[in-house]
Design a protein around this ligand. Structure first.
Ligand SMILES: Cc1cc2nc3c(=O)[nH]c(=O)nc-3n(C[C@H](O)[C@H](O)[C@H](O)COP(=O)(O)OP(=O)(O)OC[C@H]3O[C@@H](n4cnc5c(N)ncnc54)[C@H](O)[C@@H]3O)c2cc1C
Length: 158
């Protein structure tokens, strides 16, 4: 039987992640990524690449949390592997500050990231235009290195 042939359109983080995922799910398949731009010329190459979810009102929160947890665990495994340097996937700690109090003071993803907490008054004073903030550790993918790493691992024809 001929090997399964798959075409993925788009060579940003979505397309290349999809290609890699299919290559694992369908061993021996042939994958072609079709795109008008490739790394380093995609939007994904210039993204900060910090893993913080947005809320999508039409999708149940438990689904969004499941997807975020799976993504966090997947990228954590890369960050803890020998590939972390080449893939440029690392833990990053910081603050997210707000000019008004957010609707959800404790977001759905608070117990997925590491060390989530509300910022103290003393910390917030460093950000005079802001009234609320949270501190946590999440993951960061440097697109300019992560995309070439994905390309190599997907084994796709470009
Ligand atoms: C400055 C900046 C900072 C950001 N920071 C973050 C962040 O910290 N965290 C975060 O999660 N997100 C961030 N983002 C958003 C993030 O970059 C995007 O959500 C992500 O890159 C989208 O990936 P993608 O693969 O869908 O799209 P893209 O990277 O845009 O890739 C799309 C691909 O499809 C191809 N394509 C499109 N149309 C066609 C067509 N008609 N025919 C053939 N090929 C086509 C393009 O050439 C490209 O290869 C940031 C974005 C910017 C601009």
């Amino acid at each position: 039987m001929d090997p399964v042939r798959v075409a993925v359109v788009g060579a940003g983080v979505m397309g290349l992640s999809t290609a890699l995922c299919i290559s694992k799910l369908v061993p021996g398949c042939s994958i072609t990524v079709i795109s008008d731009k490739f790394t380093p010329e995609t939007t994904s190459d210039v993204a900060a690449g910090i893993l913080i979810p947005h809320v999508y009102p039409d999708t149940p929160i438990h689904k969004q949390k499941q997807w975020f947890r799976e993504t966090f665990d997947h990228l954590s495994a890369i960050a803890n592997s020998a590939e972390a340097g080449e893939a440029a996937v690392h833990l990053v700690s910081g603050w997210q500050v707000f000019q008004s109090i957010p609707t959800e003071e404790v977001p759905f993803w608070a117990d997925v990231v590491l060390g989530f907490r509300k910022m103290t008054e003393a910390e917030l004073k460093k950000f005079p235009q802001h009234v609320f903030g949270q501190a946590f550790t999440t993951l960061k993918c440097e697109g300019s290195a992560y995309l070439p790493w994905l390309e190599k691992r997907a084994g796709a024809v470009m």
